[in-house]
Design a protein around this ligand. Sequence first.
Ligand code: AMP
Ligand code: MG
Length: 401
Amino acid sequence: MNTPALLAVDDALGQLLTLAERAPLDAVETLGLADAEGRVLAGDVVAIVDAPAWSNSAMDGYAFNLVDAIGFPLPVSQTVFAGQAGEPLAPGTCARIFTGAPIPQGANCVQMQENCTVLEDGRIAVQGTLREGANIRQQGSETAVGQLLLGKGTVLSPIALGVLACQGIYRVSVVRSLKVALLSTGNELVGEGEVPAPGQIHDSNRVVLQSLLQRMGCDVIDLGKVNDELALIRAALERAGNADLIISSGGVSVGDADCIGSLLREAGEVLMWKLAIKPGKPFTFAHFNGVPFIGLPGNPGSSLVTFLMLARPYILRRMGRTRVEQMRLPVVCGFDWPRAGRRQEYLRVSIEQGRAVLQPNQSSGTLLSATWADGLLEVPVGTTFKAGDSLDFIPFASLLA
Ligand code: AMP
Ligand code: MG
């Protein structure tokens, strides 16, 4: 029997992003900065004021005009603190000035106080070279009115929020949150407050996925844990309401109990199933009653990797985010990989002294080794390597942001 070729990870991702672009979230909401972290800008933000808004001192020191420099020592005619406007500088004098204070009109140089001496009569002598514009942050040198600051589709990091605040922009339009209905399937699963009977295990996937989704700014509708029975799964999905996306874990292989697969093949439209990815081959994408449906494999390692590599970029693109590619950094491998694989493999590695170190348990069934890892080493199909070779590493830190 011919086994159909597995879908390559890059092809799957390309298709997922196209699907996401066809189902954008149009609605926008306006939020205060304190609530906007992690959300996606619904439109471009253009500078409405220059930054700095006026030329100001980069140092504590003395401001003067270079034409008066030959006259040093100079008397001090005024003191300007940050937050004050100051007076035009009287010719032949200098101004005591502090960091962030506006440069008095007529001054064109600041000498830092470490290079200045206050004489007994109060006049100021300077040491060191003097140059026009020294220690002055010129008006508009960082940002000029009209400049594009943050493009539509940018995720609002704490730093981006600061850029908005610099402009006096305290409310911002963001794309609404994606509503994600989340369920885990498996007769063997129990949750909080339940005692596992022999053969049962605690449902860890839903905990991981809920937390990842919340970090990404999604609204999670928790459909709970459902036994492997079509009728029960259908009933749970009724509670998905107006979800923009359904995510399940478990039940997408070809075993008898794999009812998510059966349900989607029977009542849905399966667009993607069986990928050349390890761990996570049974990853499934379908439409169910018109709602996009991602079926993640049940093995905790598989569920984690396929969520991060495939579901996450899809979700981010649905939410309008422009940049969804994972951050890849070349790292030197600290181990040999002699056997070429037929699936693109994601190895859980830590980075020690600049080298990727393979964590001992790479089983798809384990979650724990991912907690020892700093991220995933991407091993393309058919690749072997030796210690000292370089491969792409995807830091967890970039995937959890
Ligand atoms: P499945 O994909 O349903 O065939 O499950 C594959 C393996 O993952 C089995 O050993 C399941 O017990 C385990 N598993 C499935 N769902 C979960 C879950 N939510 N949390 C932890 N392990 C799970
Ligand atoms: Mg199962």
